[in-house]
Write a protein that binds this ligand. Structure first.
Ligand code: F6P
Length: 549
């Protein structure tokens, strides 16, 4: 076992100093100049792997920048850290856990040990149980309490137990059973549950309670409401036919009233936001079938192998991760846009928000030192071309630089006239416009009135990555997700942080538990928060006591 390097924050590394000096040296360079200077730039600055083509030529870098970033990655022991992850070492140091989402897509004959035990056979045992269950639901063998087949599947979960499943369902909708309905309840707001089930027949509805811990307040509250909804319609004995669980907590599942026979397990070495290809993907498998689910795992696996074995100079997730560090930490870009030019990927930015921000929104290095540099940027986005008609204005002419990832497919799933050509023309146009802008001279040549010119100049030099794949298949989706997972890992290694814990979400949960009984206490019950929180609680108490007007 190798020792995890906990020692040196990024800013004390030699490579950091070199990159700072390099940044000063190239400060005035812009993309127009870089492209004019090297007509073959696009040919040098791209990489291909696991079904993805990655053009990163429109970044504010020179080949020297990339070399320095690669040196820094080596100085941060990225090669060893990758091996530690794939080898099952406990690299989630603050929780003393291995980080093995890569084991979820490992082939049967691979051996990955955690505490001396090979975990791969268990992974495949669960996958086989999931497949058998999915087949029984999909071919109508598994019947509800009244003998009707299951037509509706409702996943109850939140965070990683929701965002992966809902994203994958939307992304792979083309491959789903169109005679079944899939719903996802996450929010504690009762509207979420109500709207999800209002048109469903309980006798045809299966609930999947998805929660790694099986203690999450929102999920358990929604699960209890779902149980009551089912019980009222079909009686107590129906729970066994209409509820299954996905969790690591067998005892809590049993206590809830779900037979552990109907529980699909996973393990503490799968982080919630890295779990959509574990049993948390049960709704995905029910929707697209076991074969497509396995194709998706194959895509994840291909990217895992690419990440582990491809030289860093041609390694997609490594290069993407390094560019995120370059833009975020060195160039000061606080956010990154993710714009999939594909309607099926409409929930992909939301999924990436958790993956990236819960992983790398950290201010302490592995040894507990407060960082003195910026770590994870805000990730956000919307599908193109929709975003072009709302917020792209700011990306083109705003005062902040927003590096972006534009994702597209060479072939549409639903060819229809010129739709797809228009879609891709827009993707390419945005990348070009953001990089090269529109100059005063061009506008003058076009005869634009002088008073309008300042308003119509686009300064350009806005970085974009373009990520292209053949078609949106289950395998390509798996590859795309693994690409971002490993990019996040790369970034975390450079920043020297633990990308796999999430202590920051704890405080709000504790305070909510404290405030909850205070909301229903008598109006004069004393409060001990700050004056703002106290006053807001009192306002709510009064409104609650008075009822709706
Ligand atoms: O509160 C954050 C979090 O712990 C996420 O990391 C996780 O994905 C989500 O809550 C749901 O947790 P669980 O699957 O245990 O219900």
């Amino acid at each position: 076992m190798t020792t995890i390097d906990r020692g040196i924050p990024l800013s004390r590394r030699e490579g950091w100093q070199r990159l700072q000096a390099h940044k000063t040296a190239i400060g005035a360079l812009d993309l127009s100049f870089l492209f004019a200077d090297d007509p073959f730039r696009a040919e040098h600055l791209n990489a291909t792997g696991a079904g993805l083509f990655f053009d990163y030529s429109k970044n504010r870098i020179t080949t020297g920048t990339l070399e320095l970033l690669l040196d820094l990655a080596r100085e941060c022991h990225l090669p060893a850290r990758i091996e530690q992850m794939f080898g099952g070492e406990k690299i989630n140091v603050t929780e003393n856990r291995a980080v093995l989402h890569v084991a979820l897509r490992a082939p049967k004959d691979e051996v990955i040990r955690v505490d001396g035990k090979n975990v791969v056979p268990e992974v495949h045992a669960v996958l086989e149980r999931m497949s058998r269950f999915a087949n029984r639901i999909r071919d109508g063998q598994w019947r509800g309490q009244t003998g009707k087949p299951i037509r509706n599947v409702v996943n109850i979960g939140i965070g990683g137990s929701d965002l992966g499943p809902v994203m994958a369902y939307e992304a792979l909708r083309n491959y789903t059973r169109r005679d079944m309905r899939f719903r996802f309840v996450s929010n504690i707001d009762p509207t979420a549950f109500f709207e999800s089930v209002r048109d469903l027949d309980p006798a045809e509805t299966l609930f999947i309670v998805s929660s790694k811990t099986f203690t999450t307040l929102e999920t358990m509250t929604n699960a209890h409401t779902a149980r009551e909804w089912t019980r009222q319609a079909l009686g107590d004995p129906a729970i066994g036919r209409h509820f299954v669980a996905v969790s690591t907590n067998e005892e809590a599942v049993r206590q809830f009233g779900i037979d552990p026979e109907n529980m699909f397990g996973f393990w503490d070495w799968v982080g919630g936001r890295y779990s959509m290809d574990s049993a948390i993907g049960l709704s995905t498998m029910l929707a697209v079938g076991s074969e497509n689910f396995h194709d998706m795992l194959g895509g994840f696996r291909e990217m895992d192998l690419h990440f582990r074995s491809t030289p860093f100079e041609k390694n997609l997730p490594v290069i993407h991760g390094l560019l995120c560090v370059w833009e975020g930490t060195f160039m000061g870009s606080a956010t990154r846009g993710v714009f999939p030019y594909d309607q099926y990927l409409k929930r992909f930015p939301a999924y990436l928000q958790q993956l990236t921000m819960e992983s790398n929104g950290k201010h302490a290095t592995l040894d507990g030192t407060r960082v003195d540099y910026d770590t994870g940027p805000v990730f956000w986005g919307e599908p193109g071309t929709n975003g072009q008609h709302s917020f792209y204005q700011l990306i083109h002419q705003g005062t902040r630089i927003i590096p972006s990832d534009l994702i597209g497919f060479l072939h549409p799933l639903h060819p229809s006239g010129s739709h797809h050509d228009i879609l891709i023309a827009n993707l390419l146009a945005q990348s070009e416009a953001l990089a090269f802008g529109r100059t005063r001279e061009e506008l003058e040549k076009q005869g634009v009135p002088p008073e309008q010119i300042p308003h119509r100049i686009c300064e350009g030099n806005r970085p974009t990555n373009v990520i292209l794949a053949e078609r949106l298949t289950p395998a390509v989706l798996g590859s795309l997700i693994a690409f971002y997972e490993h990019s996040v890992f790369t970034q975390g290694v450079l920043w020297g942080i633990d990308s796999f814990d999430q202590w920051g979400v704890e405080l709000g949960k504790i305070l909510a538990q404290k405030i909850l009984p205070e909301l229903t206490a008598s109006p004069d019950d004393p409060l001990s928060h700050d004056s703002s929180t106290n006053a807001l609680i009192v306002r709510y108490r009064k409104a609650r006591a008075a009822g709706p007007s």
